[in-house]
Ligand binder design. Structure first.
Ligand code: SAH
Length: 243
């Protein structure tokens, strides 16, 4: 797995987060993909508070216990909510701009760190991966590396709280049947590239995974997956713990 950190010139989401934090407004954060039409991420939503979070995220925040690692923490919305709840949280992100914003917003423990960087040797009781948190895994073939890394990070009895979506609805025909090319790549493997103003990021892989596929990989890697809650639109929250 790549263990890199972003540079400010190649960090559109960090630039958007920084702009919104400093000026209370932001331009469009544009998202490109070879598989979809151009889309935008409303930057304001990256600053959501606990009341405006989807129920899957609120559930994860409530259930996380002990020392918590917020992976890919962005603007720090979950870390700040956890602090307000009196919980102990460490936020990590590969975006120097986002890390700076988190420090200024009052996240107590923030690190500019890639989840897959083995020199980060701290351990946690709960690992939070939210806003399609499975995305950071990138591709299904990275699942074994991901679970190996989790075995180093998790304390005994610890677990991962991860949300994701089953993208099968994108392949649904009008009659409700689903046409998926089983010989092709897994349908949840998406390539994205983002742009904010003139800051364009590198393309990256982002994984959406259905619960059954997640469970199969988890079991192969010595983990147990539980379906904690389902959302309104093919999304769900999973709890992953050592079997
Ligand atoms: N969790 C936040 C942000 C989600 S966007 C929220 O729910 O609002 C995904 C974030 O993950 C981005 O800030 C990105 O910089 C970060 N990220 C991507 N790959 C990462 C990795 N390997 N390690 C740590 N952070 C990562």
């Amino acid at each position: 797995m790549a263990t890199t950190i972003l540079s400010a010139e190649r960090d559109p989401m960090g630039a958007a987060i920084s702009d919104y934090f400093n000026h209370r407004k932001a331009d469009r954060l544009r998202v490109f993909s070879s598989q979809f039409e151009e889309d935008v991420i409303p930057v304001k939503e990256l600053f959501r508070n606990i009341q405006s979070m989807p129920v899957l995220e609120r559930t994860a925040l409530q259930m996380a216990t002990g020392r918590i690692l917020d992976v890919g923490a962005g603007s720090g919305c979950h870390a700040l909510a956890l602090q307000e709840m009196g919980k102990e949280v460490c936020a990590i992100d590969i975006s120097p701009l986002s890390v700076e914003v988190m420090k200024q917003r009052g996240v107590n423990d923030v690190r500019l760190t890639n989840l897959f960087d083995g020199t980060f040797t701290e351990t946690f009781d709960s690992v939070l991966m939210l806003m399609n948190g499975s995305g950071i895994i990138g591709k299904l073939s990275n699942m074994p590396d991901f679970f190996r890394r989790m075995k180093c990070i998790l304390r005994p009895g610890g677990c991962i709280w991860m949300d994701s979506s089953d993208l099968r609805y994108l392949f649904e025909e009008e009659d409700g049947s689903i046409v998926i090319d089983l010989a092709g790549d897994y349908y949840g493997e998406i390539d994205f590239q983002m742009q904010y103003k003139d800051v364009k990021g590198e393309p990256f892989d982002w994984l959406y995974v259905d619960f059954q596929t997640l469970s199969l990989y988890a079991a192969e890697c010595g983990f147990k997956a539980e379906l904690v809650k389902e959302g309104k639109h093919y999304d769900y929250l999973a709890k992953l713990s050592l079997a």
